[in-house]
Ligand binder design. Structure first.
Ligand code: SF4
Length: 147
């Protein structure tokens, strides 16, 4: 009897369309999502871009979450760096912002992706097709940045 191979390809194996429309929507708090992790290397990098010390950056722009991780402050329901619908640190933005929406928890199932991404992010409904390999690379980069 032939052995049936289990297909463990992810539902996004053919890639997903995404081109950022710079709507700024992912920079706003949505329910449980109101954090952008900024570990020490990211804080050093952002501090350098803003020409301040990492300590000053940490004090001015971050808070500690319930698990003790450093996250960017949110002000009036949006990231402290969002001004006039534009990211003020665009060229230096945190990994998590660059890799949106290819985060493990958002790609868990088509339903989750629909609810948490496609429903409100205009860039996820059309645009350039991002390959599965690139999605995997971005998921990995996101996880590593959170450690
Ligand atoms: S750092 Fe920039 S891209 Fe990231 S959430 Fe804040 S405003 Fe948005």
């Amino acid at each position: 009897m032939p052995v049936t191979q289990k297909d463990d390809s992810p539902w996004w194996a053919d890639g997903l369309p995404f081109t950022c429309q710079q709507s700024g929507k992912c920079c706003h708090a949505r329910g449980d999502y109101a954090w952008v992790y900024v570990g020490w290397p990211e804080r050093e990098r952002l501090a350098q871009a803003l020409q301040i010390t990492p300590e000053e950056f940490t004090q001015k722009y971050t808070i500690t979450d319930a698990q003790g991780a450093r996250i960017l402050r949110f002000v009036d329901g949006h990231c402290i760096f969002l001004e006039d619908a534009a990211c003020q640190v665009h060229d230096h933005k945190p990994v998590q912002c660059r890799t949106w929406p290819f985060w493990e928890e958002l790609l868990e199932s088509p339903e989750t992706y629909e609810a948490e991404v496609r429903n409100f992010c205009p860039g996820s409904r059309s645009g350039k097709r991002i390959s599965a390999d690139e999605i995997r690379r971005q998921m990995k980069e996101t996880e590593e940045a959170r450690q």
